[in-house]
Ligand binder design. Structure first.
Ligand code: SDX
Length: 433
């Protein structure tokens, strides 16, 4: 009967060790017993960027990168995008089960009645330059929220955790809308409790000179679906940042701020903004072959933004849904002229060996920006439109980390490659370099 163990022979000593295999993994700490001498620290695992390292057990989101599968709490993303709403998915991610009608009503009511921010937030935001990127405004303002809710540091208290999570989900659209209005030089629009989560966000962004703002139902539903698609994605860079910072037992606002910072990067959530700038740089469909050639030649480390993924080695299932949403949006807004360019870029890339060999397919960011632009958002807002829905994923993962008895403060080891021990050199003894 095969045993769930690994037998390791250390050829340096001839000793063998038996290490248990659990969930397809070995505990890297089990390698510490492998030594060449009693005072040896023992073996470590070395895995820069965590290419092959699980840092947690999680029951929230499942991804199969080869099959292009994404499930939230076991529900396929395609079904949730078709049948659910963002706040229902938020409830699912946080609580593990779909809500009953009453549970959903209560959750929506709770979120709706926490959308306001303290009036001091406005004066805080007014301190930013007129052209401040809304992602930096968002991150700074969310960080500041921890000063408004000092009780948030009691992370072991379930009631405190849940009210802070509700505040984060509820206030993210308000702060995002305020950061957009600041960028546009427009007055802030306060939340309207009579509107849905998405309609309220669009009204706070778009309302100018009228007492109310009528949101087109197709655009409202399209953004709701996009929010569902962006809600969580297991241990991506920003979620890992939230878990890592949260492991010091800091409040969730400070932990989520770390996630916003990571998401801002062009290799992560900032890719949707980078895709649009790339398409504008290409400019015309006739320029696509030359651009593809420049990417393949590694010229200026140019990448095909919106392509590739650490986990998906097949089409990102979210990108498939986004393409359908794009058609519905463009029926209302008119086609984004860059769509033709994006489709041609995808067509050529998917038949080019460079991309096929590296299993580079369109990811969630490739088409989303085209929709946001068609909805009238500036490119700077695209990563903000990613951060709003990802807030519930960050919060669900943060709370799972807080409640995981195996977790403790994250503190990795290193391989030291610096100078050997040496003595201080007096100033008059130092040779010019
Ligand atoms: C998101 O992790 C998540 O789940 C993230 C996310 C989420 O929901 O949270 O899904 C959201 O961040 C999606 C990804 C958005 N980023 C981009 O679209 C930026 C462009 N993509 C690349 O930077 C890249 O594909 C990454 C960052 C997404 C993944 O990088 P990896 O896994 O570290 O892959 P790699 O850089 O090691 O690339 C492997 C090879 C390299 O070539 P070789 O060294 O083998 O010659 O593929 C090449 C890379 O140069 N490559 C690309 C490429 N992506 C990888 N070449 C051209 N264009 C690209 N986009």
């Amino acid at each position: 009967m095969p045993k769930d163990t690994l037998t390791i022979t250390d050829n340096r000593t001839g000793k063998t060790y038996e290490v248990p295999v659990e969930n397809g993994c070995i505990r890297t700490n089990a390698l510490r017993q492998i030594k060449v001498a009693d005072d040896d620290f023992g073996l470590m695992g070395y895995d820069p960027a965590f290419l092959n390292t699980a840092n947690c057990k999680s029951a929230i989101t499942f991804i199969d990168g080869d099959k292009g599968i994404l499930e939230y709490r076991g529900y396929p993303i395609e079904q949730l995008a078709e049948k659910s709403s963002y706040l229902e998915v938020a409830y699912l991610l946080l609580n593990g089960e779909l809500p009953t009608p009453k549970e959903l009503d209560n959750f929506v009511h709770l979120v709706t009645h926490h959308t306001y921010v303290h009036e001091n937030v406005k004066s805080f935001m007014d301190g930013f330059r007129y052209d401040a990127h809304p992602m930096s405004v968002l991150g700074s303002t969310v960080a500041a929220l921890s000063s408004f809710y000092p009780e948030a540091k009691y992370t072991k208290d379930e009631q405190s955790r849940r009210i802070q999570i509700t505040r984060l989900i509820a206030k993210m659209p308000t702060i995002a809308a305020f950061s957009y209005r600041h960028l546009m030089g427009l007055p802030y629009i306060y939340p309207d409790n009579d509107l849905s989560y998405v309609a309220n966000f669009l009204a706070m962004v778009k309302r100018v000179g009228t007492a109310t703002y009528k949101v087109h139902p197709v655009l409202e539903r399209a953004l709701d679906v996009l929010f569902i698609l962006h809600a969580d994605h297991e241990q991506n860079c920003s979620t890992t940042s939230v878990r890592t910072v949260g492991s010091s037992e800091v409040d969730p606002y400070s932990a989520v701020t770390a996630g916003i910072g990571a998401l801002y990067g062009p290799l992560h959530g900032g890719a949707n903004e980078a895709v649009l700038r790339m398409l504008r740089e290409i400019g015309h469909i006739s320029k696509v072959p030359d651009f593809i050639k420049s990417v393949k030649s590694g010229e200026g480390e140019k990448k095909l933004m919106g392509f590739g993924h650490r986990v998906y080695k097949s089409y990102d299932p979210r990108a498939k849904v986004i393409k359908r949403v794009a058609d519905e949006v463009f029926d209302v807004t008119g086609k984004n002229p860059l769509l033709e360019l994006a489709v041609e870029l995808e067509r050529i890339a998917l038949q080019d060996d460079y991309f096929v060999k590296r299993k580079l397919y369109p990811n969630v960011d490739f088409y989303s920006g085209l929709i946001y632009e068609a909805m009238g958002f500036q490119a700077e807002m695209f990563p903000v439109l990613f951060a709003i829905p990802r807030t519930v994923g960050w919060c669900a993962q943060w709370e799972e980390m807080v409640l995981d008895s195996e977790q403790k403060i994250a503190r990795p080891r290193q391989i030291y490659t610096g100078q050997k021990r040496r003595d201080y050199v007096a100033m008059d003894k130092r040779a010019a370099k």
